[in-house]
Design a protein around this ligand. Structure first.
Ligand SMILES: [Zn+2]
Length: 80
């Protein structure tokens, strides 16, 4: 079971650690978060975020929403 951990469930390609740009398009705000740590498939390019990273991204999106800026481009950082 653990041997499939680094294999992409979509295409069978090898997953690798890297960073991605996370974009959330909401009604009033577009949030772009750069350098988000992620697991990437080297074949199809699918991305996975860890629970911790996903929680941070969610907090950053909430922050951006509260600022009411139309476009918020920011670097990933730990919020919690
Ligand atoms: Zn893949």
């Amino acid at each position: 079971m653990s041997s499939t951990k680094n294999i992409c469930p979509l295409c069978g390609g090898l997953k690798k650690q890297g960073t991605t740009t996370f974009t959330v398009d909401m009604k009033d705000t577009l949030v772009v978060i750069r350098n988000v740590p992620a697991t990437l498939c080297s074949l199809c390019g699918n991305e996975w975020l860890s629970d911790e990273v996903a929680a941070n991204v969610e907090s950053m999106v909430e922050e951006a929403k509260n600022i009411h800026r139309q476009v918020e481009v920011t670097q990933y950082r730990k919020v919690a």
